[in-house]
Design a protein around this ligand. Structure first.
Ligand code: ADE
Length: 231
């Protein structure tokens, strides 16, 4: 089967990806050959004694900017093995939504570039980036956490990654609705009871209750942007 989705991440902290994706759904999918994850050390693409990946900004100002040469070299090298879109993780990028996750899950590969410091030399964006993606309206200190969020959300949409028991059918967003409340045993805990309908064994009623609850949650969020909606 050659439908594995390949993620290549370019970062100054390649070591942070391994422990996060060693476990859980993504880790299992990698072990089963459904996903490939390669984290590349940007510093490996420096050729000076200090292995410098950043420099002061032209025009002055605080902070450091990621230099173009290591990024160009890293991206071009990765592109030889991964022809998927080059995505920069940036706070001003297009909003990451379930819709975008679905779109990206259809690719054979994704090349994710994590910014750091005050930013990256804009010639990288101009010449090599296919798109820029933001995971939300807040500023993080780098693109590593956003890349992990994107990888997780996209990976679980790849066919076969979720087992039958976790299938997407009842998933949040599967029917463009948010999820319904879930309960497990015991039926009563500290006086708090599981809704009677869930104990009834009546699957039609249970499904109707879940649909109604999911609709209620979705409507309660109507004031905040829904997936794919413009902000
Ligand atoms: N880098 C810093 N903040 C970010 C965000 N919110 N989304 C994507 N990349 C980022």
């Amino acid at each position: 089967m050659s439908s594995a989705l390949r993620f290549d991440v370019i970062t100054v902290f390649p070591e942070v990806f391994e422990p996060v994706f060693a476990a859980g759904v993504v880790g299992r999918a990698i072990a089963r050959g459904l996903l490939e994850l390669h984290a590349h050390d940007l510093r490996a693409h420096t050729h000076d004694r200090h292995r410098q990946v950043d420099d002061v900004p032209y025009g002055g100002g605080p902070g450091m900017v990621l230099k173009p040469e290591p990024l160009f070299e890293a991206i071009e090298e990765v592109r030889a093995q991964n022809r998927g879109p080059v995505i920069l993780l940036e706070p001003w990028g297009e909003p990451f939504t379930q819709r975008l996750a679905r779109e990206l899950a259809a690719e054979a590969g994704l090349v994710l570039v994590c910014g750091r410091y005050e930013g990256i030399d804009d010639r990288v964006r101009e010449s090599l980036a296919d798109r820029e993606v933001s995971i939300g309206d807040y500023v993080l200190s780098g693109g590593e956490l956003p890349a992990m969020v994107l990888i997780d959300a996209v990976a679980r949409l790849v066919p076969g990654v979720l087992g039958a028991e976790e299938s997407l059918a009842g998933d949040s967003f599967a029917a463009d609705l948010l999820g319904h409340p879930q309960y497990t045993r015991p039926a009563e805990f500290r006086g708090l009871r599981v809704p009677e309908v869930l104990l009834s064994g009546n699957h039609r009623e249970i499904e109707a209750w879940r649909q109604a609850q999911a609709r209620r949650r979705t409507l309660a969020r109507a004031g905040t942007p829904q997936q794919g909606e413009k902000r």
